[in-house]
Design a protein around this ligand. Structure first.
Ligand SMILES: *Cc1c(COP(=O)(O)O)cnc(C)c1O
Length: 544
């Protein structure tokens, strides 16, 4: 028997995982991506494990009040999905030892996922809520994920070749690897270089404010500095300590999540001269979860038409159940479901209100919105209130579905006719809901940003809104994009929708494009070929 392994064994670190709506440890795109990653790795039988946190309250359930505002109701974690491992590890936070339990999750046909959680009730403030609390809580959470994660992998006896930090939240794992190298007698430089050969990093945000920074003094006080001096810490992450910069300096290779995002990220971080090279690996989605089986199996036009009608009808049922609204089965249903945040411009269609109202009054179009705002994002909450107000002003023509989650995501990316995306370019790093829609024959109408730069063949797989021109002022870009969107709907999308043969052939082109090029299987293979290649392979764990 050969003991040679050809694939590195990888530990994938992420703050959130969207594996199922019943496992409430995710908030949005990052988690859904991580969940799809673990499922694809499992399907491809690759030696990969996930590391995350067992959030007591998960993310928020968001309901809408009679006054039209978002109201948060955090859901408790369903512990039946967790299996506690016998090992316990501990980390030091603000001078206190915090013992951590390790829970395994493998109920969703996923690569094993290990979730950390403080054993003692007195320490549970740390992991109470995903992205909850203030900066101290955040640093404490990141110590649990990074430092606790490395210790847990060792306690479990897993020989890990590569540590993949999916976003900057896990970079303290890199400091822990350096600390261990020094324990074995290496200099700081040598320990850093050795740790670096075993770390890769994915950056997700082209929005500057989205890149987390921490004060060096806070890191020292809380114990995140481990045994490093302030000077050493600063060499890795700068001052204040930037988690993305640290990720780039701790990793041997890094990546952005779409081709255009790769260009943006390389420009954005060009001043980090000793950072890892940034490759581009475009995200993908797990077709086993996101593509409707009836659509997948529809060989004939009749079968595709009836699968589409079934999906549309299921969405109408959900809208009736959730909002008491009856959608029109003949109208073009435009879907828009995303985290509520300004750069995504959910109300772009209403930029010219008279024009939007004329379109809605024509009865040819209906809009279905869904989205959550971060509990402390006032701007996002205001956008939700605006969407709810629009739905009340246009009953039956505009719908807002509260509490966007994986289940609603599945219904919407199957049941709409068109999937709308209107980010301010180039702020959408990738976007994955459009891939889910495309796989189901829901045609994308989108700004050329993120993955759509690669997936769009105008008038064939879907449509682009406007062009790639850059506007100096946001207001000019908004006006130009809103005009282009209205013109596109009138001149291209609505006529195509009434031409059955045309719509069928576009749906086929969309499905084929998405399944071939934007599946999570393709994404995971790309990670092995680009980011994980040439990893130094360690001996298997059985040898000790
Ligand atoms: C797919 C998905 C996302 C991410 O999609 P984007 O296009 O990046 O917004 C977020 N939330 C849920 C529930 C999803 O299913």
């Amino acid at each position: 028997m050969s003991h040679e392994r050809h694939q590195p064994s990888v530990a994938y670190f992420c703050m959130e995982y969207g594996l199922s709506e019943s496992l409430t440890i995710y908030s949005g795109g990052l988690g859904v991506l991580a969940g799809d990653f673990l499922r694809a790795a499992h399907a491809l039988a690759l030696p990969l494990v996930g590391v995350g946190i067992a959030w007591s309250e998960g993310y928020t359930e968001q309901r809408i009040t009679a006054g039209g505002h978002a109201e948060d109701h955090p859901a408790a974690l369903d512990r039946r999905l967790l299996h506690r491992e016998p090992q316990t590890v501990s980390v030091t936070i603000s001078g206190h030892e915090v013992p951590l339990a390790i829970h395994r999750v493998d109920a969703f046909a996923n690569a094993p996922l290990y979730l950390l959680e403080p054993v003692e009730a007195r320490d549970r403030w740390i992991t109470r809520r995903l992205y909850g609390g203030g900066e101290d809580e955040r640093v404490a959470q990141e110590i649990v994920l990074g430092v606790g994660g490395v210790r847990a992998l060792e306690a479990l006896g897993l020989a890990i070749d590569l540590h993949h930090f999916n976003e900057g939240h896990a970079v303290f794992a890199g400091l822990e690897l350096i600390r261990r190298g020094r324990e074995r007698g290496l200099s700081f430089e040598a320990a850093w270089a050795q740790a670096r050969s075993r770390i890769v990093f994915t950056t997700h945000t082209p929005v500057d404010a989205g890149n987390e920074k921490h004060d060096l003094e806070r890191l020292r006080r809380m114990g995140a500095r481990l045994d490093l001096s302030a000077h050493e810490l600063e060499r890795i992450g700068g001052r204040p300590f930037n988690m993305t910069v640290a990720g780039l300096r701790l990793a041997t290779r890094a990546n952005a999540v779409a081709e255009l995002h790769g260009e943006t990220a390389r420009k954005m971080w060009s001043h980090i001269e000793d950072g890892a090279p940034i490759f581009a690996i475009t995200n993908g989605v797990d077709h086993r979860v996101w593509q409707d089986a009836r659509i997948r199996d529809a060989a004939s036009d009749e079968a595709l038409t009836s699968a589409r009608e079934a999906c549309r009808s299921e969405l109408r049922d959900e809208v009736r159940r959730a909002c008491g609204v009856e959608l029109d089965p003949r109208a073009l249903t435009i879907g828009f479901a995303r985290r509520a945040t300004a750069y995504k411009r959910p109300t772009l269609l209403f930029h010219d209100r008279a024009r939007a109202e004329a379109l809605l009054d024509s009865g040819r179009v209906q809009l279905v919105f869904a989205g959550k705002a971060h509990p402390r994002d006032a701007g996002g909450r205001a956008l939700i209130a605006e969407l709810v107000a629009l739905s009340r002003r246009h009953p039956g023509r505009v719908v807002f579905l509260p509490d966007y989650d994986l289940r609603l995501g599945r219904l919407l990316t199957r049941g709409c006719d068109v999937w709308l995306n209107t980010p301010r370019r180039p702020l959408e790093a990738c976007g994955t809901s459009g891939m889910k829609a495309a796989m189901n024959g829901v045609l994308n109408v989108s700004i050329l940003d993120g993955w759509w730069v690669e997936g769009c063949e105008h008038n064939v797989t879907g449509w682009r809104i406007g062009d790639e021109r850059a506007h100096e002022a946001e207001a000019d870009a908004d006006r130009a994009d809103a005009d282009a969107l209205h013109a596109l709907l009138q001149d291209e999308v609505l006529p195509a929708f009434t031409d059955r043969a045309r719509w069928l052939s576009m749906m086929r082109a969309s499905i084929e494009m998405a399944v071939e090029r934007f599946s999570a299987d393709r994404m995971v293979r790309d990670y092995y070929q680009t980011l994980y290649r040439e990893a130094p392979l360690r001996k298997a764990a059985s040898g000790g």
